[in-house]
Design a protein around this ligand. Structure first.
Ligand code: WT7
Length: 632
């Protein structure tokens, strides 16, 4: 019999080295690890290392080792944007595709440690390309296909990519995404010009411009499916993934091989209770961490059968997601609260029109899920027979840290992520940085390293330490606030820093402000997140104008959102603009966001002492603007 969660959890804390050494056996290693871990979150000896001495290759673990027993079983089912024939790949076929791409990369001179950026639609080749990089030890950096050319250029420059992999176009909800066109723009914007070649997959078949000598169609290259996997050290980098923080430009979160592999394999196996032969569908895009850990690595390391969908869950109508569940007999579904809320709003008939009897487990991730949406997901979608796993984690954590285990009925609690996974030691800290015992609410930190933890910010190790380990010395600070109830279950409250979560997409207010400030009439902006019933949060921007300029309520909001689209991408869109004469500042000229946040929440009566402000009058003015609804 399986030991209970409590027994296993206690063992993982009392003997982490023994526990995680045993867990490493789930992967196939060339050389077994010598030392399970060595880590310190303190400045003097700051380091994080897992499974040192071990060597392995994750592409081999995802594919080759399944060939012996299940080479002819389905590994991937691809469902196009609009309902049509699905395309399937067996493990054998997928292995061949991956090896061919890996050989293309080698042919283009890519070697272990080189950075390869992917700017891809949600097609099988996106997954194959990631695994092809892993196979030859190249570090993949996937950039979400919804990001703009300027964002892509920034990321190419930051990691000095040698190669860019893309497709002619993508398709999303009936719309064309001009990927290759954006790539051309990005390469002309790139400052460092490190990209030597662009490997292009033909997807829609549209004619796109191809620069001779630089751009190559994948299908035109010689096919060679014999590609041995490179033996990687456990701490060799696997990928970089950019994510927004409270300051500056997005940072390149770096994950390594051994610990990430072990952690994603176990969390996937236990939290989704995966059983061989089951079909698993994660609706996240490969451009996000969910797409890395629980679309590609976690499932494939377990030999799962993946459903991959290029489109969006509600196109052409709100029944599409359930139609796909029925069509492919999906057993496990992993999606986001935003999707659940928007589908719920369209009514139950879209759901009940489709047979969902294959469904066994329902997952959610990305934002707090409100109890109403949770209950709808469980009762209507899952016919009250499928456990819901509300999983809390972050790009930085590599894998799920707090989540129910589906077998445990006491953990079906609407709105709570319940309890930590094995080996994870969360704590809540009060304003003095003291640990709160028992029930309470505070800053959510993690006390001990875990195998899937990020290792550094690419090219900026100081930023890694400063961002996550200085607010509360000795702890990893998540940036989230959480509550723990009497039963010891966790409830995520949201971000405490200047990060805004819109439909599960992370944006730093600093990035948004610096883009808005490029408008020639704008002097200064301050952006805050406001609650939104559908998208969890939305952006509110307080803007001041240059001398002599007046606010144009017709033109400015469009112009400003247009800039955001160009600089960041369509996910960055301000919902409410608030023109202001001045922004509340300290005497040294620093904008006090806390006040703006309170004003945006309609809590102007709870501002506290304003006497230290350089310009207290502006607060009243902003309040008036907000009250008379002059904001647009
Ligand atoms: C932030 C991380 C991890 C995959 C997707 C997002 C929020 C994530 C939950 C949840 C409440 C959640 C947190 C976290 N978040 N999952 N189940 N309940 N909030 O990854 O872009 O790195 O964002 O998403 O605020 O810090 P990410």
């Amino acid at each position: 019999m399986m030991p209970s969660y409590e027994t296993e959890y206690q063992r993982s804390l009392s003997d982490p080295a023994g526990f995680w050494a045993e867990k490493a056996d789930i992967l196939t290693w060339h050389t077994p690890p010598q030392k399970t871990f060595s880590a310190s979150f303190h400045k003097e000896d700051f380091h994080i290392k897992w499974y040192e001495g071990g060597t392995l290759n994750l592409s081999e673990n995802c594919l080759d080792r399944h060939l012996e027993t299940r080479s002819h079983e389905t590994a991937l089912i691809f469902e196009p944007d609009v309902d049509g024939p699905a395309k399937t790949y067996t493990f054998q076929e997928m292995h061949k595709e991956v090896c061919q791409i890996a050989n293309h990369l080698r042919g283009l001179g890519i070697k272990k440690g080189d950075r390869v950026t992917l700017y891809m639609p949600m097609i099988p080749e996106a997954i194959f390309s990631m695994l092809a990089c892993a196979r030859i030890g190249a570090i993949h950096a996937v950039v979400f296909g919804g990001f703009s050319a300027a964002s892509l250029a920034d990321r190419l420059d930051d990691c000095e990519s040698a190669l860019l992999i893309t497709a002619d176009q993508g398709q999303r909800g009936g719309k064309i995404v001009p990927l290759k066109e954006n790539v051309d723009k990005a390469l002309s914007l790139s400052q460092k010009k490190t990209v030597q070649n662009v490997l292009v997959f033909q997807h829609t078949g549209a004619t796109v411009s191809m620069e001779e000598g630089r751009d190559l169609y994948a299908h035109a290259l010689p096919a060679n499916a014999d590609c041995p996997a490179v033996e990687m050290g456990s701490e060799d980098p696997l990928f970089i993934l950019y994510t927004s923080g409270s300051t500056g430009k997005p940072k390149g979160v770096l994950h390594t091989t051994g610990g990430y592999g072990v952690y994603t394999t176990h969390t996937f196996k236990d939290i989704f209770d995966y059983k061989p032969g089951e079909r698993y569908w994660c609706t996240a895009d490969v451009g996000w961490i969910t797409g890395h850990s629980y679309l590609v690595y976690g499932p494939l390391l377990n030999g799962a059968t993946l459903v991959v969908h290029e489109g969006v869950p509600n196109y052409p109508d709100a029944g599409r997601i359930w139609q796909i569940v029925e069509k492919h007999k999906v057993n496990i579904l992993y999606t986001a609260p935003t999707a659940i809320r928007s589908l719920m709003a369209k009514g139950d008939a879209h759901v009940t029109a489709h047979d969902r009897s294959s469904l066994r487990i329902l997952g959610t991730v990305g934002e707090p899920i409100n109890p109403t949406a949770w209950t709808w997901y469980k009762d209507v979608v899952g016919e009250n027979r499928c456990p819901v796993v509300d999983t809390w984690w972050q790009t930085e954590t590599g894998g799920i840290l707090i989540s129910p285990l589906p077998q445990d009925p006491t953990r079906q609690k609407a709105g709570s992520v319940t309890k930590p996974f094995y080996g994870i030691q969360p704590a809540l800290l009060d304003e003095q940085g003291q640990e709160i015992e028992g029930a309470g609410e505070g800053a959510l930190v993690i006390k001990h390293s875990w195998p899937g933890q990020m290792r550094t910010v690419y090219g900026d190790p100081d930023r890694f330490f400063d961002t996550y380990f200085t607010t509360y010395p000795g702890y990893y600070f998540s940036g989230d606030r959480a509550m723990r109830d009497e039963a010891g279950d966790y409830w995520i409250r949201g971000r405490m820093d200047d990060v805004v979560n819109i439909s599960g997409h992370r944006l730093g207010t600093a990035e948004v402000e610096s883009a808005l400030n490029t408008h020639n009439c704008i002097s200064e902006t301050a952006v805050v997140g406001i609650d939104d019933p559908l998208t969890s949060q939305a952006l509110m921007a307080f803007v001041t104008l240059k001398k002599g300029k007046t606010w144009d309520a017709e033109a400015f909001p469009n112009e400003l959102n247009h800039i955001l689209r160009d600089v960041i991408g369509p996910i960055a869109k301000v919902k409410i603009f608030v023109p202001a004469g001045d922004l509340p500042k300290t005497r040294s000229g620093k904008i006090i966001r806390r006040i703006l946040r309170k004003l945006s929440e309609g809590q102007g009566d709870q501002l506290g002492d304003l006497s230290t402000l350089a310009n207290p009058q502006c607060v009243e003015d902003i309040q008036k603007t907000l009250k008379v609804g002059k904001s647009v």
